[in-house]
Design a protein around this ligand. Sequence first.
Ligand code: FMN
Length: 391
Amino acid sequence: MTSHDPAAPRVHPLFGPNKLKLGVFGMNGSGTVMTKHPDRHTPSWAYTSQLGQMIDQAGFEAIVPYSRWHAFGDAHHFSGQVLDPFVWAGALGATTSNPSVFSTVHTTTTHPIVAAKQGATIDDISNGRFTLNVVCGWFMPEMEMFGGDFDPDRRYDHAEEWITIIKKLWTEPDGFDFDGEFFQLKDAMLAPKPASSPMPPIMNAGSSGRGRDFAAKHADVAFIMIPDPSPEAVSAQVKSYKEYAREKYGRDIQVWAHSLVIQREDAAAGRAAFDYYTDTHGDHEAIDLFASFQIQNHAQTAPEILRAVREAAAGGGGVHLFGNAQDIADRLTMLSDAGVDGVLTTFVDFESGLREFNETVLPLLEQRGLRGPAPEFIGTAAGRATEQASA
Ligand SMILES: Cc1cc2nc3c(=O)[nH]c(=O)nc-3n(C[C@H](O)[C@H](O)[C@H](O)COP(=O)(O)O)c2cc1C
């Protein structure tokens, strides 16, 4: 028996052939929409593993969990219900065949040796489909929850050492010492190495100047927030990001966006549904809390900016894909034409949303040459292991 199935995909899903790559975000928690409506997503392995099957069979490239430790409210608030991203990614790695299984990790809460070991293990479980989403923390109550001395101004200095250690552990054959400002390691080593060569891809979604620089230097996939979704503005934003990475670090990186999909008969009905979930049934306390971290001083902020920030907070901040299948495919086509390499989708109700999207939007993207048909479903890693064991 070989340690890796030769039938398994050798190209990491993030580097596959589709011009516009797709992923799903936030299923390990309560999604991204701040609503009290019962349609809201509730995470459990029993349910999200079924969604994982739908995503796998539709040929998506990525399943991305978020990392959150503290609710946007008290201990009873639904936003605190979050399954551990590493454990969840490992289970998805064993039960899916096609997508990259991401884990999201806070550099400030997890030692790099532990994260490197967990990532390498998930890369083995998933036959080389792991990706590490590195986040440095922004929500103070969450960072304070761990005690310690979180310094928002130094988090990317800390992350610089953190990611350097991860990369060395994943690639250097021998043990090494590390003498940094934040980490001092003696004879640090890691085995087995990840299945992916030279190492699993790294994702980062920093949006400050320093965050953007970190992504350009270290990430294979950078996530951008899109403040102005006009084609010209998106195109200029993506171009400047890619040029920055190429010119400063000689690196070609993918740029992805994230989105909220609400599929209805037209864009106005999609918009009305958004208002229904986030206004009529909105979780206004959580929205205000979230928004207050985006804007330092509410009192002096113009009402229209405050409205825009609250709206972004309510929906999770992504591009709105509202309307019928044609509207959604048009908007995705626009993003692709503007140079966006991939889009993470999220839904209020993932099951019905994904089903409709897979049945009606994916065929349009295929017709437009943005995506090929879903790869042949070759069975799950866990299923293959059982077959091999009984052969
Ligand atoms: C798609 C996406 C996923 C993110 N996931 C997380 C997450 O799981 N946990 C977290 O604390 N922050 C997350 N963030 C926030 C970013 O890591 C980052 O902190 C934020 O964009 C602010 O940028 P800055 O760190 O450069 O200030 C995410 C952002 C995006 C766009």
